[in-house]
Design a protein around this ligand. Structure first.
Ligand code: EPS
Length: 357
């Protein structure tokens, strides 16, 4: 029994959708809790005026009855309120009537760092909008809704996942400065998973490795360019005698440099992962680019965008980690009913010498 997530949706299309398969039956979900995560994702200093248009809210189309999962695919929808302004430009079917609203002119000046250029070449597109709409981080809204469901599942076995921006003493100052210079900023986020028992993931194959899965999940988030597990890159400069987490009497450790994962398997310590976000590629003072139609030099597309989205990334990365931990837990503990899943987890943690941390 594994957990799989499929999503679809464009930034200014009608809606974003997700299908989460592999949940046990009987998990209680609360709309307010999912909507609270959606709200957290929309907040944060430096976000685009788009966030004043959107007021994200989850809709459930399948897999839930009276607030309890049915053990069948869970279908989630987050609507794009902004679509009304793009109804012609982003109409799924050939639009009727005269062009009106946004998105009526093709985008031919690709933004370096966005999907615009590679997307047009790869898919044979005349309008980079056909690439950028799906590449947009707007997608993370429905991803966070799915992550919120994963967190509810993890809570049933005592696991809590939390993301935060790292060491940011003056994010607002940094954002204000960048905004004044019509520039953008990135940042680093950290996600911690508490109560994760030893034994999630496996060293058996690369696809089973929990660290590989987490890294792929985090790199799968828009604008993420680096991931580290535990002390990550800093470990490379250390001696082996300094880099590992010694086992002490009582099978406890004083350090967690491994970030809770050894050989691709959780080791019972807190899971600690970090993701680095590049500065967003839509600049109000545009970068140099080339017009794909004329071949002439020009300035990249300028459109409404965020100055920073690092606080949103903390919430999105939390969802990514929750989904991966939930998948690993489903793989290990199985069960069609929630109580079977929990009973399997309980029997396992009673067998091993481990106190949750
Ligand atoms: C994004 C560009 C902006 C962001 C968007 C991601 O969209 P717009 O051009 O509509 O203002 O606001 O993020 C969201 C809409 C969101 O909800 O996070 C991009 O190009 O990736």
């Amino acid at each position: 029994m594994t957990l799989t997530l499929a999503t679809a949706g464009e930034s200014h299309g009608p809606a974003l959708v997700a299908i989460l398969s592999g949940l046990p039956a009987g998990l209680v979900l609360e709309k307010a809790a999912i909507d609270a995560d959606l709200r957290r994702r929309q907040e944060g200093y430096g976000r685009s005026p788009r966030q004043r248009i959107e007021s994200d809210e989850v809709e459930v189309l399948a897999g839930l009855r009276h607030g309890r999962t049915l053990g069948t695919p869970l279908a989630l929808v987050v609507r794009n309120r902004d679509h009304t302004n793009w109804a012609w430009g982003m109409s799924p079917w050939p639009p009727e009537g005269e062009p009106s609203g946004k998105g009526t002119k093709p985008v031919t000046l690709p933004r370096p760092g966005h999907a615009d250029y590679a997307g047009t070449l790869k898919y044979g597109l005349a309008d980079a909008r056909d690439a950028l709409e799906r590449a947009s981080a707007r997608h993370t809204a429905v991803f966070v809704a799915a992550g919120s469901v994963a967190k509810a599942l993890l809570r049933a076995i005592g696991i809590e996942v939390e993301g935060a921006v790292v060491d940011e003493e003056d994010l607002q100052g940094r954002v204000d400065e960048a905004r004044a210079e019509r520039d953008t900023v990135g940042g680093v986020v950290e996600v911690r998973g508490r109560g994760v028992p030893p034994g999630l993931g496996s060293y058996a194959t690369k696809d089973d490795r929990l660290d590989a899965r987490l890294a792929a999940a985090l790199m799968g988030i828009q604008a993420v360019k680096g991931v580290e597990i535990g002390d990550g890159f800093a470990l490379a400069a250390l001696r082996g005698s300094q880099a590992h987490d010694e086992l002490l009497p009582g099978l406890v450790r004083e350090t967690n440099r491994a970030g809770g994962i050894e050989a691709g398997v959780s080791n019972g310590e807190e899971i600690v992962v970090r993701a680095a976000m590049k500065p967003l590629p839509t600049l109000m003072r545009p970068l140099r680019s080339v017009d794909l139609e004329s071949g002439e030099p020009g300035e990249a597309l300028v459109e409404r965008s965020d100055v920073a989205a690092v606080e949103a990334l903390a919430v999105v990365a939390e969802a990514a980690v929750a989904l991966e931990l939930a998948r690993a837990a489903r793989d290990k503990f199985g069960g069609d009913a929630l109580e079977d899943f929990v009973a399997s987890w309980r029997a396992y943690v009673e067998r091993i010498p481990w106190d949750p941390r």
